[in-house]
Design a protein around this ligand. Structure first.
Ligand SMILES: Nc1ncnc2c1ncn2[C@@H]1O[C@H](COP(=O)(O)OP(=O)(O)OP(=O)(O)O)[C@@H](O)[C@H]1O
Ligand SMILES: [Mg+2]
Length: 229
């Protein structure tokens, strides 16, 4: 029997020399100044740094929601930057689950309807049932609740269930533990770790020291640059 050399896992996410500037009047903000990173299946990468250091800007560029002024992003080997929105949307639907700082729940739908809506948008065969997703985040009892009636921790977990609705190989989460208590924070971080252990990639922006416990790597951002400390 010949043993093939183990295939080196290709990165699911590659960002090369990302730059992002914002102008207002005479003011110029350098939100990203040459950020490069790679994330492979099975990895949790935490992005940490002070408020204003560029974490959300980076995540928006990685998700193709924002266009960097320089550099490029590739998802599963395909370029996401400088493509028309329909092409980016198709790549997002296939590869990326998103949990944004502003939340990703539609107020007029129940928790389970939010998940079903995310699955309908992807137009693929739903990989995971709404029930399985809800029990995975401990919200089976709150399936029919409206987002406004959820606690902060429940809303964060519901948001994660929506982000995972289409079983994305890459999960991008911006402070999923921002406004939750320690118990919910541990639950969320353990869920992110489990996602990666199941062969997916996770990038999580966080202020939480506890993220270090579940992350394989931590990227420190400072003034729009990676701080190698
Ligand atoms: N749309 C925008 N227009 C102008 N400036 C912006 C815009 N978005 C972000 N910035 C600026 O870019 C910098 C980085 O912002 P960003 O939101 O990425 O920080 P952050 O690290 O996510 O901070 P926080 O921890 O507070 O969420 C900040 O100085 C911010 O004011
Ligand atoms: Mg932010």
């Amino acid at each position: 029997m010949t043993l093939a050399a183990p295939a080196r896992t290709e990165p699911v996410l590659e960002a090369h020399e990302l730059y992002r500037f914002f102008h207002s009047g005479d003011d110029e903000t350098f939100a990203l100044r040459g950020v490069s990173m790679e994330v492979r299946p099975g990895e949790v990468v935490a992005v940490v740094g002070p408020s204003g250091s560029g974490k959300s800007t980076l995540l928006a560029c990685l998700a193709g929601l924002d266009e960097p002024d320089g550099g490029f992003v590739r998802v599963a080997g395909q370029r996401l930057t400088r493509r028309a929105e329909p092409a980016r949307a198709a790549l997002r639907a296939r590869w990326i689950g998103l949990l944004l700082q502003s939340g990703n729940l539609l107020d007029h739908l129940s928790v389970s309807q939010n998940i079903a809506a995310a699955q309908a948008l992807a137009r693929g065969a739903a990989a995971t049932s709404v029930e399985t997703l809800l029990s995975g985040v401990g919200l089976a009892e709150r399936a029919h609740a409206r987002p406004a009636t959820l606690s902060g921790g429940e809303a964060a977990r519901a948001g994660l269930a929506v982000a995972l609705a289409n079983d994305p190989p890459l999960l991008l989460a911006d402070e999923p533990t921002g406004e939750v208590d320690h118990a919910n924070e541990s639950i969320l971080l353990d869920l992110l770790r489990a996602r990666a252990d199941a062969g997916n990639a996770v990038v999580v922006v966080t202020h939480s020291d506890r993220a270090a416990n579940v992350a394989d790597r931590i990227i420190h951002l400072k003034d729009g640059r990676i701080d190698h400390g």
